[in-house]
Design a protein around this ligand. Structure first.
Ligand SMILES: [Zn+2]
Length: 489
């Protein structure tokens, strides 16, 4: 998508003050101010940051109200000239520094008005990021509000339908795809802000001891009101921006300087080398760059891992368990193969919808996808476990029971053991070859003898072995009931 997407937004007269002079601290003042900033960050128990266009100018993306900003030039009848596109822009020092601060426990939530997706691409954890004005890489389902992240920017804005359809599995007890229509997430001037992102931002600013505003002139509501919540909580406010801002008068520290320059000095003081600064993640959602935060899921009581051969009926059993457990929405169904398929389709520019359907199309790609999945797993063994949880983040945050339908690896089990060891139930589904054949199983070389199909055949201590043969309905139901009792124990 072109960086000058802004000319496609509707006309809007209230763009705030534009073209104000850019100021610059003396080196002496700057040093003192950064020292104070370091102290304030170290003594804060909970810190949020709000970013604006000023953190991305170093990536070649023009701001809006600076001397060469989009709205400043527009007033003069001019347009910005730039060669950068959203797809070629890379995260700046500041984007990476914010990741480092988060990883080291100095930053707890990040709110951005930028749509360039650079926080996302620098590896900032999605569950701690609110993008208030949208993200050029994201589509959102108008029914279930799942977000789908792409490798390339989406050439659509103003929340229009993109023509794509949602393939998220519905959580109503049936394994149906949602099929909702997808829209881009880029807001037009008068569009309301995304409700969840705004609520999270308000809640986090209200409980913060410190709010950092970076590269934003704080002219747009409701963003300009967020730091006031921190002040109301007796928290402190630091503003770093080249131009004066609307909240300078209530800030505890104001630094008029380029954000990257300030962040370099700050990281030096913290003795944090920003070595992530040189690494640009190629996977858009890169859990390798984040530490999995299991403390978000302390409420979980049981995680059921289901394993079984093709056509053993593991999806069906997962669905049955889900139906029985999902009173008061206390259960979530996770499929490790879902993020694998979505990421594979993205990276190979395939049609995600066809990939998810059980069609000849899928068979063509199945073998290649298995190989591709292996390479990704070698880089990060838990990648698909983490992505599956991230994909259903909101549901996972409230569900007491998780059912993971397609465990295939020792590393899948190890991942869940590492974070949820005392909550796990390992279930193996066994089904005779005759029963599987009745359900349509046909042996396929390189698939049914591959590691992903066979690794868990041995050396696992299962908590429960579920015998699932055809024409044994009584036995099926009694085993389901035993399992439910085990899960609720
Ligand atoms: Zn949906």
């Amino acid at each position: 998508m072109s960086i000058s997407y802004s000319e496609n937004l509707s006309d809007y007269p209230h763009k705030g003050k534009v073209g104000m002079p850019e100021l610059c601290e003396t080196e002496e003042d700057l040093e003192k101010k950064v020292a104070l900033m370091e102290q304030m960050i170290r003594s804060s128990l909970y810190t949020v940051a709000i970013t604006g266009a000023g953190v991305s100018t170093a990536a070649g993306i023009p701001d809006f109200r600076g001397p060469k900003g989009v709205w400043t030039l527009e007033k003069k009848g001019l347009k910005p000239t730039c060669e950068t596109t959203f797809d070629t822009a890379t995260p700046t020092f500041t984007h990476n520094a914010l990741c480092t601060l988060e990883r080291c426990g100095y930053l707890h939530f990040l709110i951005s008005q930028n749509i360039d997706g650079l926080h996302h691409r620098s590896g900032f954890p999605l569950e701690k990021l609110a993008e208030l004005h949208g993200n050029v890489y994201c589509e959102e389902c108008e029914l279930c509000h799942s977000r789908i992240v792409h490798e390339q920017s989406i050439d659509s804005y103003c929340l229009k339908r993109t023509g794509n359809v949602c393939n998220t599995t519905k959580s109503n007890g049936k394994l149906l795809k949602c099929r909702g229509k997808l829209r881009d997430t880029i807001l037009d001037w008068e569009d309301p802000l995304p409700e969840h992102a705004l609520k999270m931002s308000e809640a986090n600013c209200s409980k913060a001891n410190l709010c950092l505003c970076l590269g934003t002139s704080l002219q747009i509501r409701p963003c300009r009101d967020l730091p006031k919540r921190t002040k109301k909580n007796n928290g402190k406010l630091i503003i770093i921006n080249l131009q004066k801002t609307s909240l300078d008068s209530i800030a505890d520290l104001v630094i008029h300087e380029r954000v990257d320059h300030v962040m370099k000095l700050l990281m030096n003081r913290f003795n944090l080398d920003n070595n992530d600064g040189n690494v640009i993640s190629t996977l858009t959602m890169n859990p390798v760059a984040n530490i999995f935060d299991s403390s978000l899921y302390n409420h979980v009581k049981r995680i059921v891992l289901l394993s079984g051969k093709r056509k053993s009926g593991k999806d069906y059993i997962g669905e049955k368990l889900y139906e029985k457990l999902n009173d008061e929405q206390q259960c979530t169904l996770l499929h490790l193969s879902e993020p694998l398929k979505i990421q594979y389709a993205n990276e190979h520019q395939l049609n995600g919808q066809n990939m998810m359907d059980s069609s000849a199309y899928k068979e063509t790609y199945r073998k290649d996808m298995i190989r591709w999945g292996e390479t990704k797993r070698l880089q990060c063994p838990s990648i698909f476990c983490e992505l599956a949880i991230k994909q259903k983040h909101l549901i996972c945050l409230t569900s007491q029971h998780w059912i993971v339908c397609d465990i295939r690896r020792y590393t899948d089990i190890e991942f869940f053991k590492k974070y949820f060891h005392d909550k796990l139930l390992l279930i193996r589904i066994q089904s005779s070859i005759e029963s599987r054949e009745k359900r349509g199983f046909i042996f396929s070389q390189d698939i049914d003898d591959s590691e992903s199909e066979c690794q868990l055949d041995s050396n696992v201590e299962w908590n429960f072995v579920f015998i699932n043969n055809e024409n044994d309905i009584d036995n099926f139901h009694s085993q389901i009931n035993k399992l439910i009792a085990l899960i609720r124990e």
